[in-house]
Design a protein around this ligand. Structure first.
Ligand code: ATP
Length: 300
């Protein structure tokens, strides 16, 4: 019996970790845990790729029966490219990321990765391929070390330090009296918005996923921090298939494709230059933002 204890104890640990991870993801997405209807198919396949081509094909979606949120959304993110989605609050931008992560299944149409409908993949393997840097990073009540290591439970201390360095949080952590053992979260040291986001970036670097979802913060970080974080985000997005949920246009002008959403529909799609030439919704938003920046006012 004692021989069984260690593996069972370990399994219990793994189970708690997984529950923890899911709860965290749900919090990240601002979801309540009532929604667990997504199930693996008995013959679900394991996704295993470093180059993910992601496509939304005529995707329609409703959270509730009588209120459709997405209408025939067609989007393609070739492997390694970046798609930025912009649009008014409530347009359905974050819903796209929740569907890609498969918190919900599409009502109609399909989301495919390298041609395979994500409903035919195991949820574990799908989620293993996706890294998320959310608007508001949730830290566990644990050490900074564990908060970063969570991106890859098998990572060595050196890997963690390397990720922290790349996310430019290492110097900050090193100056703390307890270094990487510093407790953070609700009962520990409170980190600033920028520091939390750097922990999220380090986590994601450690996870090293081929697909990335960046949910841009709406809450204002100071301009300098924001610019630095933006540089780091650009760095981690390089060579990954990236979906950016954008709230500011200035940060996404370099995206390979920009999609403008309005009331659940994609109303314009193209590069920054193409959309400016089109002189439609995006061009209008861009001009408004320029004015807001010149007058120092907020843009939303
Ligand atoms: P924002 O820029 O404000 O983050 P968004 O474009 O990301 O907005 P979504 O979060 O995708 O918008 O929401 C789209 C619509 O779906 C909103 O009208 C919202 O009320 C609704 N919605 C979001 N989550 C749920 C949910 N869990 N249940 C029911 N409706 C929801």
């Amino acid at each position: 019996l004692t021989q069984l204890y260690a593996p069972l104890n370990f399994l219990g640990f793994v189970y708690r970790e997984i529950k923890h991870a899911l709860a965290d993801m749900e919090r990240m997405f601002g979801l309540i845990s009532e929604n667990r209807e997504v199930q693996d198919r008995p013959d679900a396949k394991v996704l295993d790729t470093r180059a993910a081509d992601v496509r939304f094909e005529s995707v329609s979606f409703s959270y509730e029966p009588n209120r459709q949120i997405l209408f025939n959304v067609d989007l393609a993110i070739p492997a390694g490219k970046t798609l930025a989605v912009v649009g008014a609050s409530g347009a359905g931008k974050s819903t796209l990321s929740r569907l890609l992560f498969r918190f919900y299944d599409v009502t109609q149409g399909a989301i495919r990765i390298n041609g395979t409908d994500i409903r035919d993949l195991t949820q574990d393997s799908l989620r293993h391929h996706i890294g998320i840097v959310p608007q508001d990073t949730v830290l566990f009540n644990d050490s900074i070390l564990h908060n970063i290591a969570y991106g890859d439970p098998n990572a060595s201390f050196d890997d963690i330090v390397q990720a922290a360095k790349a996310a430019r949080i290492h110097d900050f952590v090193s100056r703390l009296p307890d270094g990487y053992d510093t407790q953070v979260g609700e009962r520990g040291l409170k980190l600033s918005g920028g520091e939390k986001q750097r922990v999220a970036i380090a986590r994601t670097l450690l996870k090293n996923p081929p697909i990335l979802i960046l949910d841009e913060a709406t809450s204002a970080l100071d301009t300098r921090t924001e610019r630095q974080i933006q540089e780091e985000l650009n760095l981690i997005a390089r060579n990954r298939t990236t979906l950016i949920i954008a709230h500011r246009l200035s940060t996404i002008a370099d995206a390979d494709i920009i999609a403008v959403m309005d009331h659940g529909k994609v109303v314009e799609q193209g590069t920054h230059r193409e959309l400016l030439l089109l002189n439609g919704r995006y061009a209008q938003m861009w001009q408004m933002q320029q004015v807001a920046e010149e007058t120092g006012g907020p843009f939303s």
